[in-house]
Design a protein around this ligand. Structure first.
Ligand code: CA2
Length: 159
């Protein structure tokens, strides 16, 4: 069975606790459940992970890239958290493995502080889902599934 990786970066383990006005009240366990439901509808398994460590996320992106290259995964949904705004290493891991990836941010980062309005992940993402709350995760899985099988060199263009 084909899988989809859903990777979460720093502090997303805190979801559902503080800052409900920004991030809502759903926990990361709730997000995982929703991802499994939508992936199940699409005939996909979910590999759902969270880490506060940049290097761990790089390792997981490389693993997801190898699984995608082998045809065992359709790619990854990534909420990079704050590393999206800072990490060239995440950018390089995605680009270097040609991993089909959809970037998710729960909040609309473009309505927030200037430092959240740049992403090192976006230029190497096939698609971006921003500002829909945790509903962005199932949207991203559906979007990635819709892109699956398109040429890797042109993953983001619909013709
Ligand atoms: O909107 C998003 O999904 C973010 O990736 C969330 C990150 C933030 O640094 C990005 O700019 C946008 C923060 C992760 C969640 O942090 C929490 C902190 C306290 C309580 C709940 C979540």
């Amino acid at each position: 069975m084909t899988s989809v990786f859903v990777l979460n970066g720093p502090n997303l383990n805190l979801l559902g606790g503080r800052e409900p006005d920004v991030y809502g009240t759903a926990t990361l366990a709730d997000v995982e459940r929703t991802c499994r439901e939508v992936a199940g509808e699409l005939g996909l398994m979910v590999d759902f992970r969270q880490s506060n460590s940049e290097g761990q996320l790089v390792d997981w992106l490389q693993e997801a890239g190898a699984e995608a290259a082998a045809g065992r995964a359709i790619g990854a949904v990534l909420n990079p958290g704050a590393y999206g705004h800072t990490s060239i290493a995440l950018h390089d891991a995605i680009e270097g493995t040609r991993l089909p990836l959809v970037e998710v941010h729960i909040s609309n980062v473009h309505r927030r502080e200037a430092f959240r309005q740049h992403s090192y992940v976006s230029p190497v993402a096939a698609g971006i889902v921003v500002g829909f709350g945790v509903a962005g995760y199932p949207l991203a899985i559906r979007g990635l599934h819709g892109l699956a099988g398109r040429p890797a060199a042109d993953p983001g263009l619909f013709r």
